[in-house]
Design a protein around this ligand. Structure first.
Ligand SMILES: Nc1ncnc2c1ncn2[C@@H]1O[C@H](COP(=O)(O)OP(=O)(O)OP(=O)(O)O)[C@@H](O)[C@H]1O
Length: 309
């Protein structure tokens, strides 16, 4: 079972540039959460702050009762072992084959024997569908395979928390669909806490239990998927529908009168019916008990929304 991450009043700046301020949210243990936001709103900075690579100016990040923003390097090193991170490009070593890339954290951080390492590496390669590609170099395989190799490497230390930085970037829609299914299946299998940064609205609608949205240096909203998907909050509605009409502009902020006029013109009559179904684990993968709780939570929200429509 994954662990909960409790973020309170978190603020991060670089010099005079405030990236985001007063961010508070709880990533529930074992659930999948997605963080959305226009480019440059600090989603990657948020992931790096969670894993302790960047220090916030204010606020706390509590994991297993410890505020990681206050830890010294040695203790932070221990907490980091709870995390697996899938970086945007897989962050594989170009000169090492996939087997050695995936074995790398085990050789660096554990004293396991080569036969034990072999068992773990092949198990994780199997989980992400890469059996047979052990000898390939990262430059010889597709972007989708590189992501899966990066994911296998993120899994080898059996993390309680996995952070995904734009796992779908640069992939075609079919590869994105396969990757989303893999993420859902993995979450059901290992029950770790997942946080995914993405721009892909289709993924954000189908994959997570919870969605958050960063905009203009604030966390606009964070909550259960169905709540965000049916929200009347103008920024949330604009982003999740990929529209030009709304408070989010190309580069500059729009003036209030223009936003109001644009919002008045949108016909949202079909919105309630459009609540995208959640992606379920594939056949043969047992759903952990929390899936029932999440399904009940979503059904309640949906009923409330339909009743209020
Ligand atoms: N180490 C750093 N030093 C100074 N500024 C930084 C640093 N890292 C990030 N930034 C700035 O923080 C802001 C947010 O960057 P970040 O990459 O987190 O955005 P993002 O929301 O992930 O964007 P995208 O969706 O385009 O990937 C940017 O203005 C970036 O230039």
């Amino acid at each position: 079972m994954g662990v909960e991450i409790c973020v309170e009043g978190l603020t991060k700046s670089f010099g005079h540039q405030v990236i985001w301020q007063d961010v508070s949210l709880t990533l529930p243990a074992g659930e999948v959460s997605v963080m959305l936001g226009p480019s440059g709103t600090g989603k990657s900075v948020f992931l790096k702050t969670l894993v302790g690579l960047l220090k916030p100016e204010r606020g706390s990040i509590t994991i297993q009762g410890r505020d990681i923003t206050k830890l010294r390097e040695h203790d932070l090193y221990e907490v980091r072992k709870l995390f697996g991170v899938l970086f945007q490009d897989g962050a594989l070593f170009g000169s090492m084959n996939l087997y050695d890339n995936i074995a790398f954290p085990l050789r660096e951080h554990t004293r396991k024997s080569e036969s034990e390492i072999r068992r773990i590496v092949l198990e994780k390669m199997d989980m992400v569908g890469l059996i047979g590609a052990e000898g390939k170099l990262p430059g010889e395989i597709s972007g989708g395979m590189r992501k899966r190799a990066g994911l296998a490497r993120a899994l080898v230390l059996d993390p309680e928390i996995i952070l995904f930085d734009e796992p779908d970037s640069g992939l075609d829609p079919v590869r994105v669909a396969y990757l989303n299914q893999l993420i859902v299946d993995l979450n059901a299998q290992i029950d770790a806490t997942f946080l995914i940064v993405t721009h892909d609205i289709a993924s954000a609608r189908q994959v997570p239990d919870n969605i958050g949205l960063l905009f203009r240096r604030e966390l606009v909203m964070f909550g259960p998927r169905a709540e965000l998907l049916t929200s009347d909050e103008p920024v949330v509605r604009q982003f999740l529908n990929g529209r030009m009409q709304g408070p989010i502009g190309m580069a500059e902020e729009k003036d209030a009168a223009q936003v109001e006029q644009e919002l008045a013109q949108i016909d949202d009559s079909a919105r309630v019916q459009q609540l995208t179904p959640r992606l379920l684990p594939g056949p043969g993968i047992t759903r952990p008990p929390r899936w029932q709780a999440i399904a009940r939570r979503e059904a309640r929200l949906h009923q409330k929304e339909v009743a209020g429509a």
